[in-house]
Design a protein around this ligand. Structure first.
Ligand SMILES: NC(=O)c1ccc[n+]([C@@H]2O[C@H](COP(=O)([O-])OP(=O)(O)OC[C@H]3O[C@@H](n4cnc5c(N)ncnc54)[C@H](O)[C@@H]3O)[C@@H](O)[C@H]2O)c1
Length: 392
């Protein structure tokens, strides 16, 4: 830590990484010491009047600049080798979501991190799941943890407001291909929602997934998905997503014995039962009588921004003084397990038990890459303005 400032670098200064670089430059106790991008002009933008060094090769960067930490904002497959190389040098890592393209790679990262902890016990590994900073989701988690809904019987998330046009997919050579991205809506947009789903409800024991590949866009990966999940405690889950619905929906509906909680249009509504509906089912003398309830608009506080800066500041404070990470990097494997399981079930056309055979999934992905006949069209290579794309 030179001059008591945390020395950070951003690897991949495209649409997301350039935002992270801006956020870092606003922090008083942090120095953007270096950036790296395969496209030289993207890195060179940081030459103006700052001491930020520019690289096109991340290995050269981590071997020559005295860095405390990096933020990885490259396409998904590259998260794995970059994170592993950084861990081996004792450099803290905040990686963009998803942690990796498939669970085998995520596990390699976690193993490398755990090994590096033996020589660098304070090493940090974080992941950019900024939606975990949203007031609405923090309130849902709190209500579930406090048992306000009692036993959960069903959770249904319709998250179809990740609308994307063909122009989005034609941007950049990696997007929406098996070899460049490793998947579609489940791997790019939905990691946030799948992470929250597992944060709220844990992991299912079994699921059935239906993924439509390139149904509405000229892409080879999934743009419409439905999953049915079965939990050991009897809860059932539904996860429905698409990048082809406008207007889309973002509605999470949770049914517990003590009430129903719905998050939609940034409102949290709780129908609080006066008694357990499960008891009512068993004990009511009336064949139809529903449980009485009170309808409550649950207040919560939201910071109003996309939240990336909060995750970055938390990462920095964790390096400086050991603050707990909002989302530890190793947590990133769970949403990937869910996403990979949904795709595996769809490919196999049958339900799958969790944890899935991750080698089998990786091999299917390798086959998809090997047998791909998809001709990727790249219409432009300018950096996107992605400020409207973070979801709610
Ligand atoms: N958290 C969020 O809200 C959010 C939003 C958008 C994207 N993302 C994530 O950010 C990552 C990047 O997405 P994007 O939309 O910015 O893509 P992008 O294509 O705009 O940018 C990626 C950049 O990485 C560079 N790059 C590729 N391989 C590299 C390597 N090995 N070394 C250095 N640079 C390399 C590319 O040249 C490009 O400039 C992905 O993981 C994506 O899922 C997160």
């Amino acid at each position: 830590m030179e001059n008591n400032k945390v020395q950070l670098a951003v690897i991949g200064v495209g649409a997301m990484g350039s935002q992270h670089a801006k956020d870092i430059q606003l922090l008083p106790d942090v120095n953007l010491a270096a950036v790296c991008d395969l496209i030289p002009e993207r890195a060179e933008k940081y030459s103006n009047g700052s001491d930020c060094k520019q690289f096109t090769n991340y290995q050269k960067m981590i071997n020559t600049v005295n860095l405390d930490g990096v933020i990885i904002a490259t396409p998904h497959y590259d998260h794995t080798p970059i994170a592993i190389d950084c861990f081996q040098k004792g450099i803290h890592v905040l990686t963009e979501k998803p942690i990796a393209a498939h669970v085998c790679n995520a596990k390699k990262m976690i193993t490398a991190y755990e090994k590096a902890l033996e020589t660098h016990p304070n090493l940090k590994f974080a992941i950019m799941f900024q939606q975990r900073t949203y007031g609405s989701w923090i309130m849902v988690k709190k209500m579930l943890d406090e048992g306000k809904l009692g036993k959960i019987v069903r959770a249904t998330w319709i998250i179809t407001n990740w609308f994307r046009t063909q122009r989005y997919y034609d941007h950049g050579d990696w997007r929406a291909t098996w070899h460049g991205e490793g998947g579609g809506v489940l791997l790019n947009q939905c990691p946030h929602n799948l992470d929250l789903f597992q944060w709220f409800f844990g992991m299912p024991m079994k699921l059935t997934g239906f993924a439509q590949l390139g149904k509405y866009h000229s892409i080879e990966v999934e743009d419409e998905v439905t999953a049915y999940m079965e939990y050991e405690n009897g809860m059932i889950g539904h996860f429905i997503t698409s990048t082809a619905e406008s207007p889309g929906t973002n509605r999470l509906e949770i049914i517990g014995e003590k009430g129903k909680l719905v998050v939609e249009d940034e409102l949290l509504t709780f129908w609080e039962n006066k008694k357990s509906m499960l008891d009512q089912i068993q004990t009511s003398p009336d064949p139809y009588k529903q449980v009485e309830f009170t309808k409550i608009n649950v207040p919560y506080v939201h910071h109003g921004g996309p939240g990336h800066d909060i995750i970055i500041q938390n990462f920095v404070r964790s390096i400086q003084n050991g603050e707990s990470l909002i989302v530890p990097g190793v947590d990133g494997v769970h949403q990937l397990q869910l996403g990979n399981a949904i795709m595996l079930s769809s490919f196999l056309d049958k339900p799958v038990n969790l944890p899935i055979n991750e080698e089998m999934y990786k091999n299917i992905l390798i086959d998809k890459i090997r047998n791909s006949k998809f001709q990727k069209i790249v219409n432009e290579n300018e950096i996107f303005d992605i400020s409207g794309s973070f979801g709610n």
